[in-house]
Design a protein around this ligand. Structure first.
Ligand code: RB5
Length: 152
């Protein structure tokens, strides 16, 4: 599985720790920055992660800012991205199984490194349960996207 990971300055250190962890776990990792801890803007990294997901250059994304909130708001503006902030393993797993979440957002000022690793592992090892009721709900969300966003 190929994982794209990005973070602003708030998530820079946690991102680097997670890149090492994911590589050790055998994942293919694309690190879209930030590459230093200078102040930066989380929408830029949300965009970089979202583009890799939309173009299918990566299977899953991990996006980190201070709280995870700004990153998730920005990432969800991209058609086809289903991002959520999860700081527990239950949500990270169930978000994939039921909601086909493809981008996990983390707040580096909220979660510690070891729990973040567990949450990422829960996210990446989960698969979407392709059930009719889940597909129906996702189709409704897709219709929101079709109706309310212009394609570019
Ligand atoms: C940056 O200071 C901070 O606002 C950002 O990382 C994030 O927490 C936004 O949601």
């Amino acid at each position: 599985m190929k994982v794209v990971i990005g973070a602003d300055h708030g998530g820079y250190h946690l991102k680097n720790a997670l890149v090492d962890y994911l590589l050790r776990m055998g994942y293919e990792v694309v690190d879209v920055g930030a590459y230093n801890s200078e102040p930066s803007d989380y929408p830029d990294f949300a965009r970089a992660v979202a583009e890799k997901i939309i173009t299918e250059d990566a299977d899953r994304g991990v996006l980190i800012c201070g709280s995870g909130v700004g990153a998730s708001i920005a990432a969800n503006k991209f058609k086809g991205v289903r991002a959520a902030v999860c700081h527990d393993t239950y949500s990270a797993r169930q978000g994939v199984e039921d909601d086909n979440m493809n981008v996990l957002c983390l707040g580096a000022r909220v979660i510690g490194e070891e729990l973040a690793k567990d949450v990422v592992r829960a996210f990446l090892s989960a698969t979407f349960k392709d059930l009719e009721r889940y597909r129906k709900r996702l189709q409704k969300i897709k219709e929101f996207e079709e109706k309310w966003t212009e394609s570019n």
